[in-house]
Ligand binder design. Structure first.
Ligand code: SF4
Ligand code: SF4
Length: 125
């Protein structure tokens, strides 16, 4: 995990992305499609660094996916440093962020509370 890359504006974990050898992260314009990314544009327009700093419960664009939505909700509740601590711990437990392409163990949920519990513990119920 490259912790220094942190969490992207939308909640995706740049620090764990399998492309992070070539990409310096969301704010460095490395993410494919960043120019048209609604979450990036919207958070910049609002003058906030990320969707987890936003008061809206929004599922716009990439936030319609459980992983960025769940990571954003987790960071809103517990703070981004706690999210990074949990992701670091889970990586040591063997949790894989990108197992096949851009999906991995955090994508295997339909329920946001189950995903949040998995982020906390690295274990499924
Ligand atoms: S999808 Fe948008 S907000 Fe998320 S990492 Fe890419 S450019 Fe950043
Ligand atoms: S409205 Fe949605 S896309 Fe815009 S900053 Fe808030 S959470 Fe992000």
């Amino acid at each position: 995990m490259k912790r220094e890359l942190g969490i992207a504006r939308c909640g995706l974990a740049c620090c764990l992305c399998s492309e992070n050898d070539q990409c310096p992260g969301c704010d460095s314009e490395g993410c494919p499609g960043y120019q048209d990314c609604e979450n990036r544009k919207c958070s910049i327009e609002k003058g906030i660094s990320s969707c987890w700093q936003c008061g809206e419960d929004c599922q716009k664009e990439i936030l319609c996916k459980i992983k960025p939505y769940g990571f954003t909700a987790f960071a809103k509740r517990y703070g981004v440093e706690t999210l990074l601590n949990c992701l670091e711990q889970n990586e040591k437990r063997g949790v894989i962020y990108h197992r096949e392409g851009i999906t991995g163990d955090y994508d295997a949920f339909d329920d946001i509370e189950e995903l949040i519990e998995f982020i906390k513990t690295g274990r499924c119920k």
